[in-house]
Design a protein around this ligand. Structure first.
Ligand code: GLU
Length: 342
């Protein structure tokens, strides 16, 4: 991903914001299908293989979904293909923990600043006196999962599964193959958890925390699921499909601000600059981008760029951010709103 290509990609689609709601149902439907057609032939990027099972993913899969705060859900391509949620889980477990324990405690224990280093960096912990820095890198995610209420690791895991299922509006299941594959190869996460323990940053057995965290990353979701999960954060914490309140509006605001600063690995600044939406991606190829008060975009395509972000997912999200008028920093009115008001 280099500077300039974003502009070429946008093909003259203006960076404008809808000050009110999304465009009408038919327009969103058309834009989602357009985004799919436009980027389906892109084959650049590499499927992640550091967790052995992930390498088996079909690189051709490409699904897009937009979930609106009003409850409408749009899909194109393989929007119901399942993949392990991986790091996208970090956003939603963070929201759950903030809801349970409050803004201040979580901010103090986990932090909110970008490390500028890779998601599984050990040096970042050392450079910051043992502070995990933010909940979207592995150190911070482990520290966050350790805070999930529960008398035993099994209770904590059940709490996580129930909470993420409420965000998705359906019961999410563990992908046992991904979980076992990662548990056999996650020495680095074990080391990070031990290091945090040595700094007094996690209570309890660090290996139990790694186990819970690996399970949360192995929950199966689709592009449709992550769009609905994101739309719950866009909707002040109410799942727009089920109508259930999952977290408070304050927690949504806190979570989205953390995602804006840290959600797209070490490309978070570039992402915000080009696309202007809080988002989270994961190494299995999912991306969820949230437009507060409007809805969320969920994409899935396994080929990743060098930072670990899905190539097609980024492009499709950038396109939809522009056509739907979602960039939270744009102050020019969207062309269709301009027509309507003059
Ligand atoms: N479970 C993966 C890990 O801890 C998640 C990585 C990611 O999606 O960024 O390495």
């Amino acid at each position: 991903m280099t500077g300039g290509s974003w502009e070429a990609d946008a093909d003259g689609v203006e960076q404008a914001v809808r000050t009110g709601a999304l465009p009408g149902w038919h327009q969103v439907e058309t834009d989602v299908v357009d985004a799919y057609q436009r980027y389906r032939s892109r084959t650049s990027g590499i499927v992640a293989d550091y967790i052995p099972t992930l390498a088996d993913a079909d690189p051709e899969l490409f699904g897009i979904s937009v979930a609106e705060v009003g409850g409408a859900v749009h899909v194109a391509g393989e929007a119901d293909a399942e993949f392990s949620i991986q790091s996208i889980s970090k956003a939603f477990v963070y929201a759950m923990v903030c809801d349970e324990l409050g803004h201040h405690l979580v901010r103090e224990r986990v932090g909110v600043n970008n490390t500028g280093l890779s998601f599984n960096s050990v040096i970042a912990i050392e450079l910051n006196d043992g502070h995990p820095m933010n909940p979207m890198v592995n150190a911070g995610a482990l520290a966050t999962s350790a805070l999930v209420p529960g008398a035993t690791p099994a209770e904590q895991w059940e709490r996580i599964r129930t909470g993420l299922s409420q965000f998705a509006g359906r019961q999410l299941e563990l992908d046992g193959e991904v979980y076992h594959s990662e548990m056999l190869t996650n020495e680095r996460n074990q080391a990070i958890a031990r290091l945090l323990q040595s700094y007094g940053r996690i209570d309890g057995d660090p290996l139990d925390v790694v186990d819970i965290y690996t399970r949360q990353c192995s929950l199966k979701v689709s592009a449709r699921d992550i769009a609905i999960m994101g739309a719950t954060l866009a909707d002040g914490g109410v799942n727009p499909v089920t109508g259930d309140r999952v977290v408070s509006p304050q927690v949504c605001r806190d979570t989205l601000s953390v995602l804006a600063a840290t959600g797209m690995y070490e490309r978070s600044g570039e992402w915000l600059f080009e696309i202007g939406l809080p988002a989270k991606s994961g190494v299995s190829g999912g991306i969820v981008a949230i437009a507060p008060g409007k809805g969320a975009i969920g994409t899935f395509s396994p080929r990743l760029d060098s930072a670990g972000n899905s190539v097609r997912g980024q492009r499709a999200t950038a396109y939809l951010s522009r056509t739907l008028g979602l960039n939270v920093f744009a102050s020019a009115a969207h062309p269709t709103e301009r027509e309507g008001s003059r």
